[in-house]
Design a protein around this ligand. Structure first.
Ligand code: PGA
Length: 252
């Protein structure tokens, strides 16, 4: 059984300005022990990435994007490519976040393309999957998560998960203050790992599966203690350095 190094990633969404961000990353950098057993990353809005890269350079905290173009470069007004993120030292990029899927019409095949574009740029995609409340209430959670995973597996193969992270984010828990119970989350995490294991046991054992959806310092300990929960993708709580650092500490 592989030991998986936990990862706690902050998804700042469309929040922050230069002054707030400089203060936030300084506190996070200071608080993250270079010898910690968990990886820590922050994903700022694109425009703040150069500032974050400058402030975090040479330290233990990684950074990444929240989205990327499917294209490498060219006439795509308003888009940012994987190689541009890489150029600014990004390690990770979130793909298929439910807000992108629902507000910007990103379907499974587009998400799979973005996942491939991330890996082509040598970024580690954090692939988000998760069901809506309606889907959960009609017992379709596993079908939905399987469909979202399959789109990526079909396009890039199960072995691509050697260089990817999965985030299970129940849509009903995102930004709502309604965290999944540790049991609810563990059930889906186990299901995801099990599906991959059918295809490739060692990939399944090695891939980190993060939980996301109203994770807070108070709920992180129990969630992160579950055998198949390898970290968190943290939205709201990542905007407070104290709260975020408490979650990072819980990941040890
Ligand atoms: P939340 O967001 O922690 O604010 O629920 C998580 C996410 O959207 O990644």
């Amino acid at each position: 059984m592989a030991t998986r190094r936990p990862l706690v990633a902050g998804n700042w969404k469309m929040h922050g300005n230069r002054v707030e961000t400089a203060a936030l990353v300084a506190t996070i950098r200071h608080g993250v022990d270079a010898f910690s057993v968990a990886d820590v990353a922050v994903c700022p809005p694109f425009i703040l990435i150069p500032l974050v890269a400058e402030k975090l350079a040479g330290g233990p905290v990684f950074w990444g994007g929240q989205n990327l173009s499917t294209h490498k470069s060219g006439a795509y007004t308003g888009e940012i490519s994987g190689s541009m993120l890489k150029d600014y030292g990004c390690t990770y990029v979130i793909v298929g976040h439910s807000e992108r899927r629902t507000l910007y019409g990103e379907n499974d095949s587009l998400v799979a393309e973005k996942y491939g574009a991330a890996q082509a740029a040598e970024l580690i995609p954090i692939l988000c999957v998760g069901e809506t409340l309606q889907e959960r209430e009609s017992n379709r959670t596993e079908d939905v998560v399987a469909r979202q995973l399959n789109a990526v597996i079909r396009a890039h193969g199960v072995s691509s998960f050697k260089h990817a992270v999965i985030a299970y984010e129940p849509v009903w828990a995102i930004g709502t203050g309604k965290t999944a119970t540790p049991e609810q989350a563990q059930d889906v995490h186990r299901f995801i790992r099990g599906r991959l294991a059918v295809m490739d046991k060692s990939v399944a054992d090695g891939v980190r599966i993060l939980y996301g959806g109203s994770m807070k310092a108070t709920s992180a300990g129990e969630l992160l203690a579950q055998p198949d929960i390898d970290g968190g993708l943290v939205g709201g709580a990542s905007l407070s350095a104290d709260e975020f650092l408490s979650i990072c500490r819980a990941a040890k």
